[in-house]
Design a protein around this ligand. Sequence first.
Ligand code: PLP
Ligand code: COI
Length: 356
Amino acid sequence: MLNIKYELAKELKAKPAKDKPLGFGKITTDHMFIMNYTEGKGWHDPRIVPYQNISLAPTAMVFHYGQTMFEGLKAYRDESGHTRLFRPDMNAKRANKSNERLCIPEIPEEDFVQAITELVKVEKDWIPTEPGTSLYVRPFVIATDEFLGVAPSKTYLFMVILSPSGAYYASGLAPVGIWIEDDYVRAVRGGMGFAKTGGNYAASLAGQVKAHDDGYSQVLWLDGVERKYIEEVGAMNIFFVINGKVVTPMLNGSILPGITRDSVLTLCRSWGYEVEERKISVDELIEAQKSGAMTECFGTGTAAVISPVGKLRYKDDVMTIGDGGIGAISQKIYDTVTGIQTGKLPDPFGWSVVLD
Ligand code: PLP
Ligand code: COI
């Protein structure tokens, strides 16, 4: 249990206007959580302070070798005014899987969740309530040792910042076009694809720029060895409906084990749908689209929620999925996941944690 010190802001910022789209990740709230790690002392000095810049030496290791971990989850205000988090225990567990891969010290799960909970409680007036909006929570760790050698740092900062956000994609909830990248790769087995760490996203940028230049929202990555099997999208896991079955790539060490992915699999199984986690080749997708067997495609992620994919491009093939709009299964999943997250629907799995 953390003994958090509070230094509250003397002046509060103006809240965003309700009639303008929030976009994603552009605004921060009044406060942040911060805690230090020092070898031999462990995690110490947990505090909630006014949101502020941090000062680091140019030699701070994070700038050079990318020893960092981040997470993403959301807080919602339900219709009775209660604050809810969606499966924060899963973020705590995944944070430590990433930490372990990056040689960052473990953060006790209960401390990770407590840091988020206490900060969100302080900032609850920042939770937007318009449809499709929420308070995005970004916990992260950076290596702070002042040293240019390559080695795990002996000091770190763990911070949590908050951002009232709306739709992740500029197109809002309209189906997105996705570019299947056939040249660059994001991660390989044995690498750190399963971890949520900056380097994976840095590796994705050149492909993303290419995709954007061609009018596509994001990249769908292929496996790093054969460039043949579907992995995941830049900021979400990917699902297909093929012959009525819900199909998604299995977890193989090079893709992120998404919390939304896990929730969608659990829901679909509970509805009696046939669900497969397996290898999916890009050739299979092309065939399934041509034969009409692939009727839906959607991405899943905290920021992206459930994002229908209307179009997939692979080399010279541009595949329209279904009628290019949102499919019936995708819609049902979207309605159920967001219904549970916002407390509008019953929560049979106990995923939605009420804070106050
Ligand atoms: N894959 C990548 C690369 C991501 O960045 C994300 C977003 O967090 C996801 C998948 C989806 O994970 P989650 O559902 O836990 O947000
Ligand atoms: C999230 O969905 O929480 C993410 O971290 C995606 C992100 C890279 C914007």
